[in-house]
Design a protein around this ligand. Structure first.
Ligand code: ADP
Length: 550
């Protein structure tokens, strides 16, 4: 458009100049012609008549108009001061251009001195610049439209041709870029390189995300992520298990109260959404949990990225503390039991020794008292030995000390040590099975068999019997001790492995039991990668089976 306008203006101007020059030359020629005609004519009684666009005036030597072709021209005006007149009088011809007051255009005057001294003047209004432009505008408008149309068409075609290879670039196949402009090859290479880099970074990120997902999904601890309104954003399977919720989509998008509606917990959530940490214990379905609520850094990270004010949110972490809770309870019970177990014999020892020291004991009683003191001391020693053994197991201080030996032979020797006790109760002890070489801690297995046989004898009926069977089953050594004794009521069966737990406290004490024997048995079995199974029917008998890895 700018080019077209510039062209129109410059051509218009040139055209205007050319037209003016041409017009002036024509007037000069015409004036020469008329002057020649007039010079040939001696009649000076002129009367010029209207001769088209050109005005003809004949002026006398003193400047008066003798005749004028312009109708209504004022002949009385003296023209002796006009430039063209002065030049014509002095030099034979003269010319001038003056702005015409009426038309607002320039008028060209050309004067020639005639032979008789008069001056012939021709004048004509020249084309004005405005006129030139107005007359050429329609043509230029048409030209402009044509140029624009052609330019549009050519530009459209050219652009399509230039762009075609670009639109056909196959970014997945970099070799296709070879048909492309050479100038773009480096960019294609760069894109290829970046694509590979993005793909590898994406794979790394996906891997990382999958790893985190897998960790969250598989962790035993419960994890809930909340938005700033307390609505569930994400939840893992453990939470669903803890709260007995069947499907994840039931909870996502719900208020946290849908998962666990507890006033303390809800208060904690509120506190946490306000930016404070919160911790609480709760129990559900006989299990104990610790819930940790932390203000959500997730929301904060997102909002920082968006340059928005921190939005909050919370992370709830739920830890199963049932085992810890049980252990705490057991420890408390154990401490209470230990004190009780130690105090009873000590009280007796103290009372008897005081009586003897004060001379309150009769001479005949001294032997009996001393025996009692000795018995209680032995009992104390037994309890303390057992406690030490158990604490060693607790602290994993027991050394393996595995050696190869025949467990069948070991059982035989243990039976021999208990023979007297068995006979006292008229209980027969029998060994079945076959010799079996195992690699284990023989001192501990001696203790295990001793404890089981001892219980079988202690808690037996007069004339009953105990059988110990040694066999090989599923790559393990199986030691089963079966008795025909009093049995254990079902409600006690799961607890007899607890420390100091006794199904029948008075009987156990009478028989010298510490309540720690089966606990030690269980630890010894576990020390050998094994386990213990107890089956018992009250009044019928008990069977304890130990599996030991060999
Ligand atoms: P204790 O030293 O009292 O025998 P244990 O730990 O060996 O302690 O046994 C725990 C309790 O289990 C015993 O007090 C007893 O009530 C019961 N018990 C263990 N073995 C037998 C058995 N063979 N028959 C009946 N009751 C048994």
């Amino acid at each position: 458009m700018v080019c077209v306008v510039l062209l129109v203006v410059s051509f218009g101007f040139l055209f205007f100049r050319a037209a003016q020059t041409h017009e002036m030359a024509a007037i000069r020629d015409k004036a020469q012609l008329v002057a020649e005609l007039l010079n040939q004519n001696t009649d000076t009684n002129y009367e010029v008549i209207n001769s088209g666009d050109t005005r003809i005036t004949i002026i006398s030597a003193d400047g008066r108009a003798l005749s004028d072709s312009h109708i209504g021209a004022d002949l009385s005006v003296n023209r002796s001061d006009r430039t063209e007149f002065i030049q014509a009088v002095n030099y034979g011809s003269g010319e001038a251009i003056r702005a015409s007051a009426t038309l607002g255009a320039d008028t060209f005057y050309y004067a020639i001195r005639l032979d008789n001294g008069n001056v012939l003047r021709l004048s004509r209004t020249l084309y004005s610049l405005g006129e030139v432009f107005t007359s050429t505008i329609p043509i230029f408008a048409i030209i402009t439209i044509v140029i624009l149309a052609v330019a549009y068409f050519i530009a459209y075609r050219l652009t399509r041709i230039i762009i075609k290879p670009l639109t056909e670039i196959d970014f997945d196949n970099s070799t296709s870029s070879e048909s492309l402009y050479e100038e773009l090859w480096p960019y294609m290479k760069k894109i290829d390189h970046q694509k590979a880099e993005i793909a590898s970074q994406f794979a790394t990120l996906r891997n990382r995300a999958e790893t985190i997902d897998a960790i969250i999904a598989n962790m035993r601890e419960g994890l809930v992520m909340l938005d700033e309104k307390g609505l569930v954003l994400a939840v893992n399977k453990s939470v669903l298990d803890i709260f007995g919720i069947s499907a994840k989509h039931d909870v996502v998008g719900q208020n946290i109260g849908y998962i666990y509606h507890d006033s303390d917990f809800m208060q904690g959530v509120k506190q946490c959404l306000g930016g404070a940490f919160f911790e609480m214990n709760f129990s559900r379905n006989n299990k104990f949990y610790n819930a940790f609520l932390s203000p959500g850094t997730l929301g904060r990270a997102v909002s920082e990225a968006n340059d928005q004010p921190a939005s909050g949110g919370a992370i709830v972490f739920i830890l199963d503390t049932t085992e810890q809770h049980k252990a705490d309870l057991q420890r408390k019970e154990f401490t209470a039991n230990v004190s009780h177990e130690l105090k009873t014999p000590l009280t007796t020892i103290s009372a008897l020794s005081e009586m003897m020291a004060n001379g309150m004991a009769k001479a005949d009683d001294v032997a009996g008292f001393s025996q009692k003191i000795s018995d209680h001391t032995k009992r104390l020693m037994n309890i303390i030995d057992d406690i030490i053994r158990l604490s060693e197991f607790d602290e994993s201080k027991v050394e393996k000390n595995f050696v190869k030996f025949d467990i069948y032979e070991l059982a035989k020797t243990v039976i021999a040590t208990l023979q007297d006790k068995a006979e006292e109760k008229s209980v027969s002890v029998e060994l079945t099975g076959q010799p079996l070489q195992i690699e284990a801690n023989n001192r501990l297995l001696d203790e295990l068999i001793f404890n089981l046989l001892d219980n079988g004898i202690k808690y037996n009926k007069d004339g009953g019997n105990v059988t110990i069977d040694i066999s090989y089953e599923n790559d393990k050594c199986k030691i089963s001790v079966t008795d025909t004794g009093i049995g254990i009521a079902s409600q006690h069966q799961s607890r007899v492995f607890e420390r100091f737990y006794r199904a029948d406290a008075s009987r156990s004490k009478k028989t010298g039991g510490t309540g720690l024997g089966l606990s030690i048995v269980k630890h010894i079995a576990e020390h050998h990668n094994g386990n213990v199974i107890l089956e018992s029917t009250e009044g019928v008998g008990t069977k304890v089976v130990c599996y030991i890895a060999i």
